[in-house]
Design a protein around this ligand. Structure first.
Ligand code: DAH
Length: 344
């Protein structure tokens, strides 16, 4: 058994002398010293020896294993260093190469406009309605009935409103005004909120109309709210959004859910009121609808119109962005053309 051990030791030493690389050393380790290696095979025979022999041969086996381990480690370090140096010499990093261009993303112009308008109203004391009180898939009840829109109103026609197939009375909302009802059902006055969101209409798509677009709804209900408050808030809004020197006018109008109703025009930002193509020669641009909340609407949600009053307003976000940035085609917002988006 001693001779067997010595033979293996000698052949292992020869292998180590002939080794040339880290991977050679790893192979030798595996061949002789691993669990399935040659030394282990011999060590298994130790149990059949006398106690005396066990001690002597055992000691020799340990000695030889230790020797081999030292030799292997020594060679391994040499080869490892050598291979590392070679690698470092050949693998050079060219720091003069130009880097990879990683384009930066940016905020979509509609998101930016929405944020800007929301920030203005927040500065005037309005808070943003929770999204669950402003759903895009809505019932006729919220989109029309509770807003005092008569059953035979043309806006309810399938030519204007998208009805959800096989769901009686379910629509894609045609206006954000339904959020007013959800809020008043969930909160007692004072209520001072805005609600931005997407609306849908069955339109023929062209440069000025898309079959979905975005609105911001506003609602202020408290004791003693007057048309004067409405004018004050909306004048302040147009001043902050379009810049200080822009005149506005409140034009009498009609919406089923407000009485009286008005539309707000700002002096044309293209021609400063002289009359041009953008304002169809009138010198004015219509920017929003508004009015005092109709008594029927307040009654519907259990708010006493003899105690409380309020005003509401709604505006198209695309329209406001198009006016401010002189964008002449609403479809540009939705085409994802980087040449357009990169300008913002
Ligand atoms: N919902 C109206 C529309 O889509 C806009 C509007 C007008 C909203 C008057 C209001 C309002 O809250 O008071 O054309």
């Amino acid at each position: 058994m001693k001779t067997q051990l010595e033979n293996i030791y000698n052949s292992a030493k020869k292998d180590i002398e002939n080794a040339n690389s880290v991977s050679d050393i790893d192979e030798i380790k595996l061949k002789y010293l691993s669990r399935k290696g040659e030394f282990n095979a011999i060590k298994k025979g130790l149990k059949d020896l006398s106690d005396e022999d066990k001690r002597v041969v055992g000691a020799l086996a340990n000695q030889i294993t230790q020797d081999l381990e030292n030799l292997l480690k020594e060679k391994y370090d040499v080869f490892y260093q050598k291979e590392l140096n070679e690698k470092l010499q050949h693998e050079k990093i060219d720091i003069t190469l130009s880097g990879k261009f990683i384009p930066e993303g940016r905020i979509h112009p509609l998101t930016e406009t929405t944020n800007e308008i929301v920030t203005i109203f927040q500065s005037l004391g309005f808070s943003v309605v929770a999204p669950e009180l402003s759903p895009e898939v809505e019932t006729e009840y919220y989109n029309f009935d509770m807003l005092n829109v008569p059953k035979d109103h043309p806006a309810r026609d399938v030519q204007d409103t998208f009805y959800v197939q096989d769901s009686e009375g379910v629509v894609l909302r045609s206006q954000t005004s339904g959020a007013q009802i959800h809020v008043m059902e969930n909160q007692k006055p004072p209520i001072k909120v805005i609600s931005p969101g997407r609306v849908y209409r069955n339109e023929n798509i062209n440069a000025r109309k898309n079959n979905f677009f975005h609105q911001i709804e506003g609602l202020y209900v408290d004791k003693g709210i007057t048309f004067g408050d409405l004018k004050g808030v909306l004048n302040e809004f147009t001043r902050l959004y379009f810049g200080s020197a822009r005149p506005t006018r409140f034009r009498s109008s009609f919406f089923p859910f407000t009485e009286p109703s008005a539309e707000v025009d700002v002096q044309c930002i293209m021609c400063q009121g002289k009359g041009c193509r953008t304002c169809s020669g009138t010198g004015w641009l219509e920017v929003l609808g508004c009015g005092m909340v109709h008594a029927n609407v307040l009654k519907g949600v259990g708010i006493d119109p003899d105690v409380y009053s309020g005003f509401a307003f709604g505006m198209g976000i695309e329209r406001l962005a198009m006016l401010k940035y002189a964008i002449d085609d609403i479809r540009l917002f939705f085409n994802n053309d980087k040449r357009f988006l990169e300008q913002f």
